[in-house]
Design a protein around this ligand. Structure first.
Ligand code: NAD
Length: 499
């Protein structure tokens, strides 16, 4: 049985706590490895070494740190297929989707190649007689990233890139369900020139997380995961005086106006609803057609597309559309929610409950399911299902649809399909959701913008990646300087690089 340990001070090390968690192959249900769960003592030692390494790393000039990012990006591209394979083996997503997971993380590293531009301060000359006023952005020290199972490459890279290129050291605690990709990324970062100790990847569970949250040396926590844990981590980190940005779960709605291109809307719903088995925080899980004609037109198009979806293991060939969900417990929970939808009166148009795949009977597969006539009181509407289940809530008017989204406690992403620019503008302006798509189903902003949900999808200030991330991972120091006299000599005529 493979044993997965930690990445500490530039090498893979075995865990010493004696505690482990099983890592499954979700397609077969078999345990394929066990991952060490770090003890408080292991975290303490890793944080202490990271703090030492950070002192040197922050002195490396920003451009040289950016060069490490440049090389890191190139090596991630070189190893794209290997990373995708490792990722799919633990997560279960298809290989093209796994490459997308790596790619969207790589794009953040590409922006971090320009980190020096984000780290510049401000300057006001002659703010008073002989007085200059300037600000600088300085790294925080040791920061932590705590990441979920569903994007094992992308989200660790969203954390690492801005934190490290800003001169911090990072303790990264990936999901214990998909631990291997982050370890591989750490190895690649070392090859790219990242000094040992600056990135420590520590596997673990609640015990490790709580130790990080209470650790005096750790200055900031960037978390991504479910809403209850995001809220818990935000509270505990803030209570300990740390910066915290904690991104949580979602219930993303897509409005389909009567004037929308129904073929395109249906295709978008299939991709955004069922891709990655619905295990994306930006998945569309609620379709809100406005008017019965739009609803009926969508159902007519969705059903045959859903019936054609191919569900299978990532090794099953290029035509597999999506894979298993992450654990047996996740599958049980999803099936339980589908049952509750039926009991509470929704119309189960496509039923994925009995899906079984020959040769993979113990895998955690759930067939694609579509509910019509869902209402806001039902559990399938209230809960984040995080599975291949699309719910349709019929709205009579645009205003009713808009209010539905406004009243929903989550606010990660949303989308509107329409041919009318005025409706689209109105929706984008009024909706209280962090990321909006117009005729675009999964509006994950590109890496030079920034990613973050509102309401119960995001706790704390400042978003992930883009300019916000550099603000999150640095603190501002402002200097007011007055010089009474000076000696103006010692000019150099050489044109040379700064060290
Ligand atoms: P999760 O909350 O179970 O776990 C996330 C991390 O928190 C893991 O590293 C885990 O080890 C740790 N953790 C779990 N329970 C803990 C506890 N009691 N105390 C301390 N730490 C704990 O989330 P998940 O199941 O891995 O990921 C899926 C969730 O993440 C979904 O809700 C999804 O919407 C959300 N998500 C959100 C975003 C976003 O950007 N908003 C992105 C991806 C996923």
């Amino acid at each position: 049985m493979e044993e997965i340990g930690h990445w500490i001070n530039g090498k893979r090390v075995a865990g010493t706590s004696g505690r482990f968690s099983d890592v499954y192959n979700p397609a077969t249900g078999e345990v394929q490895a066990r991952v060490a769960l770090a003890s408080p003592a292991e975290i303490d030692a890793a944080v202490a070494d990271a703090a030492k390494a950070q002192l040197d790393w922050q002195k490396v000039n920003p451009q040289r740190r950016a060069r490490v990012m440049m090389k890191f990006g190139a090596l991630i591209e070189r190893d794209m297929d290997k990373l995708a394979e490792v990722l799919s083996r633990e997560h279960g997503k298809t290989l093209p989707d796994a490459r997308g997971d790596v790619q969207r993380g790589l794009e953040v590293i590409e922006v971090c190649m320009g980190a020096p531009a984000f780290l510049k301060g401000e300057f006001t000359g002659d703010a008073g007689p002989g007085i200059d006023l300037y600000s600088m952005r300085q790294p925080l020290g040791v920061v932590a990233g705590i990441t979920p199972f569903n994007f094992p490459a992308m989200i660790p890279l969203w954390k690492m890139g801005p934190a490290l290129s800003s001169g911090n050291a990072m303790i990264l605690k990936p999901s214990e369900r998909t631990p291997s990709t982050a370890l591989m990324l750490a190895e690649i970062a070392q090859e790219a020139g990242l000094p040992d100790g600056v990135l420590q990847v520590i596997n673990g569970d609640k015990e490790a997380v709580d130790t990080i949250l209470d650790h005096e040396t750790v200055q900031a926590v960037g978390f991504v995961g479910s809403t209850p844990i995001a809220q818990y981590i935000y509270g505990r980190a803030a209570n300990n005086g740390k910066r915290a940005q904690c991104f949580g779960g979602a219930k993303n709605h897509m409005l389909i106006m009567p004037d929308a291109d129904m073929d395109k809307a249906a295709d978008a719903l299939i991709g955004a609803g069922f891709g990655a088995a619905g295990e994306r925080c930006m998945a569309i899980s609620v379709a809100v057609p406005v008017g019965d004609a739009a609803a009926d037109a969508l159902i007519e198009r969705l059903v045959p597309k859903i019936e054609k979806l191919k569900v299978g293991p990532y090794t099953g060939g290029d035509d597999v559309d999506y894979g298993p969900v992450i654990t047996a417990a996740a599958k049980e929970r999803i099936l339980g929610l589908i049952n509750s939808g039926v009991e509470q009166g929704a119309n189960l148009v496509c039923d994925g409950r009995d899906f079984s795949l020959q040769g993979y009977e113990d895998g955690y597969f759930v067939g694609p399911s579509l509910f019509d006539n869902v209402t806001p009181e039902m559990d399938i509407y209230k809960e984040e299902i995080f599975g291949p289940v699309l719910s349709m809530v019929r709205a009579k008017t645009y205003e009713e649809a808009l209010d539905l989204v406004i009243d929903n406690p989550y606010g990660n992403g949303t989308s509107i399909f329409t041919a009318d620019g005025d409706t689209a503008r109105d929706y984008a302006a009024k909706v209280n959701v962090g990321m909006v798509g117009i005729n675009f189903p999964i509006p994950v902003p590109l890496s030079y913008y920034t990613f973050g949900g509102w309401k119960k999808s995001g706790f704390g200030d400042l978003n992930q990646y883009g300019p916000d991330a550099f603000r999150f991972y640095t603190k501002t120091k402002t200097v007011t300087a007055r010089w009474f006299s000076g000696i103006k000599d010692g000019a150099s005529l050489n044109f040379k690089a700064l060290d």
